[in-house]
Design a protein around this ligand. Sequence first.
Ligand SMILES: C[S@@+](CC[C@H](N)C(=O)[O-])C[C@H]1O[C@@H](n2cnc3c(N)ncnc32)[C@H](O)[C@@H]1O
Length: 236
Amino acid sequence: MADYQHIYEHHADRYDVLVSHEDHEGQLARALLELVPGDGLEVVETGAGTGRLTRLFAPRARRVHAFDGAAAMIDVARRRFEDAPHVHCGVARHHALPLQGIEADVALEGWAFGHAVSWNPDGWRDDVRAWVAELERVLRPNGTVLLIETMGTGVETPFFGGHSLEPFHDFVVNALGFSHRVVRTDYRFESVETAAQTLGFFFGERLAARVRDEGWRVVPECTGVYWRKTVTPPGR
Ligand SMILES: C[S@@+](CC[C@H](N)C(=O)[O-])C[C@H]1O[C@@H](n2cnc3c(N)ncnc32)[C@H](O)[C@@H]1O
């Protein structure tokens, strides 16, 4: 398995190139618009990385607070949004977002919480529960928590052939009560070799070899979108 921490700390630009090829049909963007419609949104994001999801929300946001634990990733995001003063990017970890007294409309993470399954095999459920609570802390009543996680790259069916994030899916849906849907976020590249090299850098040589064998310029991917509304306390 790739050393993801190393990638986030030392190869943020390369990561950004990878995700710029993802969701070439814009299916995730459409799903997010359906789930969180409207303009003038206050948005909080943790594990924002180089700003792939931030970019989808920024055009219809009043303010965006985007955080990531890796300074190199946030540097790329800062460059991306240097002409967008309503987007604030900072370094922070999921469990302690440096925000007080705000009531956001949506608080989200994408492809970040799922790392806990391999990084903290014995305690990831407690981590995810605490991180969701931290997202809820900065939300208004009836705001939306959004989680986005992979269900497999190089597959057309979620978790086809087994996947380490199946327990994450079960936990979020069955224990935390999130609704969910599946979207295709297929990658598109200029050539098979670019696809193999760009995906191989992050997902490893096995996927790179498969891309070459299949002759894929368009590489299938399934992504889970999970959402839950915060409860409105009586009398508010
Ligand atoms: C796969 S990247 C996803 C980045 C971005 N959301 C995207 O869609 O491209 C995972 C990100 O989660 C961040 N991350 C992982 N654990 C974290 C934690 N405990 N606190 C803050 N950021 C974390 C990493 O630094 C990395 O940028």
